[in-house]
Design a protein around this ligand. Structure first.
Ligand SMILES: Cc1cc2nc3c(=O)[nH]c(=O)nc-3n(C[C@H](O)[C@H](O)[C@H](O)COP(=O)(O)OP(=O)(O)OC[C@H]3O[C@@H](n4cnc5c(N)ncnc54)[C@H](O)[C@@H]3O)c2cc1C
Ligand code: SF4
Length: 328
């Protein structure tokens, strides 16, 4: 681990001032940052502890709820406003990591966590464009069973690991980001970036900017939402495939649909093609399969992850079927 200094700040202004120094990094729960510092992937010169900032509230606001960036995953997962009005968010959090990690980790840190591609975390034996731009991608012709099939490029095929980010993308979350220049809002679907030729650029957050909160808008499809995660073992494992879905069904017709996929995208994958197939239709097994087929038309599997194409279709069909009360 490289030498670094540490400062604990007590206001957003102090955080932004300290965090804007070259080589500075914010630390919240530390469950991702410290991990990556230990394997030398992250080498901050200044670690800026933001845990004393008053940013842990979960509150009803006009048109939805606001979840502050330092709210703990476990507190958000069990909060009555979240379980009642945004069940997919609670379910995605409860399917993440372990109880100990969820007690320590924050919402802002969760959305900022970095890929679990093993080559990214292993400095000694393999090139990785995300860790060292221009060095190559070891996964494309290597171990790629857990990698992405949507949003990939010739430079990187790593999946985005967050479960929460998938549910947030489905339910139209909006981030508030603060810097020395003031505040700005970014739709969660625009926050994470596909790799293209620059896989080291992962999100729309400039150096020194602080995520202060996440807004989730009220909607009938959000109240009737769910998150389904498929993984190699039942707990404490990242997604092979996942689906976050919300359906507003009235009079036997899907009035609005929201869908995002996890474990298959280089970013949390909002499934707009699937939504287009579902909207205005009567729920049926055929419709759900058609929605999944439409979204996966763009899939580009690699040698070891071809199984994900069918697996994620079935994941989505099952999530939609359960939400619709078992029509399939
Ligand atoms: C064994 C293990 C299993 C896991 N399993 C899962 C899983 O199944 N699903 C899942 O989704 N996650 C999983 N995780 C990841 C875990 O959820 C993340 O490590 C955690 O959410 C990160 O939050 P944190 O507060 O600890 O972030 P930190 O480690 O403190 O920070 C992570 C990054 O976010 C930045 N950051 C933090 N807060 C802010 C802010 N407010 N503004 C700007 N930047 C900020 C930091 O600078 C850093 O770059 C797992 C982790 C481990 C170790
Ligand atoms: S998939 Fe991305 S993170 Fe993994 S080795 Fe290739 S460039 Fe690196």
């Amino acid at each position: 681990m490289n030498p670094f200094d540490y400062v604990r700040v007590e206001s957003a202004t102090a955080a932004i001032t300290s965090g804007s120094r070259a080589g500075a990094k914010f630390i919240a729960g530390g469950t991702n940052l410290v991990d990556l510092m230990k394997c030398d992937v992250e080498r901050p010169l200044h670690v800026v502890d933001i845990n004393a900032l008053p940013l842990a509230a979960i509150e009803r606001v006009s048109g939805g709820i606001r979840i502050d960036a330092l709210a703990k995953m476990s507190d958000v997962a069990s909060h009555p406003l979240v379980t009642r009005d945004f069940p997919a968010i609670s379910q995605a959090l409860l399917a993440s990591a372990s109880p100990q990690l969820r007690n320590a980790a924050s919402i802002g840190g969760n959305l900022m966590q970095r890929t679990r591609c093993p080559y990214f975390r292993e400095l000694t034996f393999a090139p990785c464009n995300k860790r060292e731009p221009g060095s190559g991608c070891s996964a494309i012709d290597g171990e790629n069973r857990t990698h992405a099939i949507l949003g990939t490029s010739d430079a990187c095929i790593a999946t985005h690991p967050s479960d929460l980010a998938v549910a947030v993308a489905a339910l139209d979350g909006v981030l508030t980001i603060r810097s020395a220049n003031g505040e700005r809002k970014v739709a969660a679907t625009d926050f994470h970036l596909i790799p293209g030729r620059t896989p080291h650029l992962e999100h729309d957050l400039r150096h020194g900017e602080l995520i202060t909160s996440l807004f989730l808008p009220d909607a009938a499809h959000a109240q009737h939402s769910a998150y389904l995660k498929i993984r190699d073992r039942a707990a404490y494992e990242f997604a092979l495939t996942a689906a976050a879905a919300g359906l507003d069904i009235s009079g036997g017709i899907i009035r609005s649909a929201r869908v995002a996929l996890g474990g298959v995208g280089t970013k949390p994958w909002r499934a707009r093609a699937a939504e287009g197939v579902l909207s205005g239709q009567r729920p049926s097994a055929e419709l759900f399969r058609a929605a999944a087929d439409a979204e996966l038309q763009a899939a580009k599997p690699h040698e070891q992850n071809k199984f994900k194409v069918e697996l994620v279709k079935r994941t989505l069909v099952r999530a939609l079927t359960d939400l619709a009360g078992g029509v399939a």
